[in-house]
Write a protein that binds this ligand. Structure first.
Ligand code: KG4
Ligand code: ZN
Length: 317
């Protein structure tokens, strides 16, 4: 990045490598990082048209996540920082997502809904590094629920995009799935009951030896998605109102879901709240959001020590 401008960004998607296993395999993930990271680094430097020595600061994700994958990125960034006598900044992965709706712009106070494969968080953001967690999932993350329900229905991995595609051809009212609100004063989420309700309904629909019809699969996807979106939207609006903010933001892989984005935008409008979502290219995991968070921290004088360890369980606040 140069200032707020993104000069170059590269992603080596590992979706295909993990598809055969129906989920992420840690050893496969870290080996792929090792294999691809040096090539990506070379490409971004060439695309940006700058030399490594011109870079002011190096940032990498320091957690949360898989230790062996975090180690690859952090070691490369630390190595570059030490070798070129520049600062290093370790960035919380969740902070990268939370700030991504403001990419290239000024940060404003907001209630942020972060929905990814590993996390579902409602955070009151008041500044860089100033995050108050309002609520989080007590069991499955939203993306994890999409992935598990997709698997249950025999759809591919990752499940979110598959569910969205089939949901667009299904009836969201065909099955009345639970909307777990966990009490009105509580800003936490729970998705495991919804997943179980889908499993029981599938078992009821399938007669021995038979498979679900295409229409049944579509109806399951539409009804599941409607229930998940409903809870996410209603709890986010309640959290924004209780925090007294005028802006709601949406980020993380699940924010690619158009049903979620549209429903949250409509509900914000009805509640008199402004809304902004991460651009789709910045919604699923990417290095540009980490660079942006690094730049905002660097501008404010926050740097990390190169001896700072990665932390697979790093907390946001
Ligand atoms: O943020 P992300 O790329 O990785 C994590 O930090 O976890 O999120 C990946 C998650 C996966 O669970 C995937 O199924 C979900 O985002 N996802 C979606 C959609 N696109 C990706 N979920 C619902 N609808 C989508 N269109
Ligand atoms: Zn993520």
């Amino acid at each position: 990045m140069r200032g707020r401008e993104l000069l170059a960004s590269e992603i080596a998607s590992q979706t295909a490598a993990h598809q055969a296993y129906g989920g992420v395999v840690p050893e496969v993930a870290s080996r792929n990082h090792l294999v691809h990271a040096p090539r990506l680094l070379k490409t971004v430097v060439e695309t940006a048209g700058i030399s490594l020595s011109k870079i002011d600061v190096f940032a990498a994700t320091s957690g949360p996540g898989l230790a062996t994958s975090l180690m690859v990125g952090a070691s490369i960034a630390k190595g570059l920082a030490i070798g070129l006598s520049k600062p290093y900044i370790g960035i919380n992965h969740l902070e990268g997502h939370l700030l991504s709706p403001f990419f290239g712009e000024e940060l404003q106070a907001n209630m942020s809904l972060l929905v990814s494969g590993g996390h579902t968080v409602l955070a009151h953001v008041t500044g860089v590094g100033e995050y108050r967690v309002f609520g989080r999932t007590v069991d499955d993350a939203a993306g994890e629920a999409f992935d598990k329900v997709a698997k249950l229905l025999g759809l591919g991995y990752p499940g979110g995009p598959e569910i969205e595609r089939h949901a667009s051809m299904g009836n969201p009212e065909r099955f009345d799935f639970p909307r777990s609100m966990l009490g009105s004063e509580d800003h936490n989420f729970s998705f495991s009951g919804l997943k179980t309700a889908v499993r029981y309904a599938v078992e009821r629909e399938v007669r021995t030896g038979e498979q679900l019809s295409a229409q049944q699969v579509n109806d399951f996807c539409a009804s599941f998605q409607a229930a998940a979106v409903d809870v996410l939207v209603r709890k986010t609006i309640l959290a924004a109102q209780s925090a007294g903010v005028s802006l709601v933001t949406l980020s993380g892989g699940v924010s690619c879901n158009r049903a979620l984005g549209n429903a949250l935008a409509t509900s914000c409008e009805r509640a008199g709240l402004r809304f902004r979502a991460a651009a789709p290219a910045l919604a699923t995991d990417n290095a540009a959001m980490i660079a942006f968070a690094g730049m905002l921290r660097f501008e404010r004088g926050f740097v990390s020590d190169v001896t700072e360890e990665i932390d697979p369980n790093l907390a946001l606040a």
